[in-house]
Design a protein around this ligand. Sequence first.
Ligand code: SF4
Length: 345
Amino acid sequence: MSRPAGEQEMKQEPLQDRNDTREPLLVAEGVCKDFQTTKRQTVHAVSDVSLTIFQGETLALVGESGCGKSTLGRTLLHLLPATKGKIFFRGQEITGMTEKEFRTVRRKMQMVFQDPYASLNPRMTVRDIIAEPLETYHVCGSKEETTKEVLNLMSMVGVPGEFLNRYPHQFSGGQRQRIGIARAIALRPELLVCDEPVSALDVSVQSQVLNLLKKLKQELNLTSLFIGHDLSVINFVADRVCVMFLGRICEVAEKDELYERPLHPYTKFLLAAIPIADPHQRNDDRSLLEGEIPSPVNPPSGCYFHTRCPYATDLCRREKPEMKDYGNGHMAACHRCEELQNTEI
Ligand code: SF4
C-alpha cells in the first residue's frame, strides 16, 4: 500500500527551534523507512521523521514497542538504508554513501544494543570482542598495545581485567552489557545510540548501567540517542525527549518541560501510565490508553493516533497534524493541543 494521500509531497522542517544556538551533530530531514513483506505488503516503519540531535545532549526516543524507534535509530546510524529523506552528520550528508565512503563516519557513530546476550559473539573472548573495532580501524600499533587499550576500556566500564580471556556466557547480563558498552566506546565515537540498553536487565542492575552511561557521557563528551519505553528510565538519562507513535514523531521537548507540561494526548497517556510505588500517591482512577497500535502496513488517515484518541474529531481523521512550536523548542503534532492544554488524562 502506498503512503496516505498528501504525505508524499509534505515537507517537514527538522525539529529545531530557529533561535537555538546549540550545534547540531545529526540532522534528519523527512526520513522514511519502509520494509516489504513476503506478501508484497509495505510496512511503513518510519514515516517522515525530522529531528536534530545537538552536540553533547542525550535525546531520548520514547514510544510503545513496535512504534519504529529502533528502526529509526538504525536508519540514523546507516545500519539500514533510508527509503526516503536525508540524514546529515556534522553537516555532511550520509544518506546514499557507500560503505567505503561511510567508513570514516562509522567510527564516530556507534551503538549499544538491547540484548547483551545476543549482541556478543559467544565464540570470542572479551579481549577479542573489545579489540575487534580497534583492529578494524588499526587504532593501536601492535597486539600488545591493543590488549593494553582493551584493559583500559574494561576498567572504564567496571569489568575486572582478570576476565580478559573469558567468554560471554561466563558473565552476568549486567557485565555483558558493560562489555557491549566497552566495545561501543572503543573508537571514541561522538554519537552513541543506545537501543533500550537496560530493558533486558534486572532492575537492580539497570541503575548501575545507567550510571555508567552517564559517567562515560561526561568523561568522553558523548552525544547520545537513548531509545526506550520506560519513562522513569528516560527521566533519569534524558536532556530532551522525542515521543514517537506508529513511525511518526508526535512531540519533542526538554525533559522537564515534557514531564510537567505534556501537550500531545499520547504523551499524556504515556505519563499517566507510569506506575507509582507509593500507595498514598497512587491514582487508580487515571485513564489508561486502550486498544492496539494500528498496523504500520495500513496506517490510519490523518492523525495516526486518532483510532485511540478520545479527543479525535473529523479533522483529526482527515488531516495529518503538522509539528508546531509552542515555545522553548516544545513541539507537538496535534490539531487540538492548545485547547486540550489543561486537560488531564
Ligand atoms: Fe487526538 Fe486529534 Fe490530537 Fe490526533 S490530532 S492526538 S486524534 S486530538
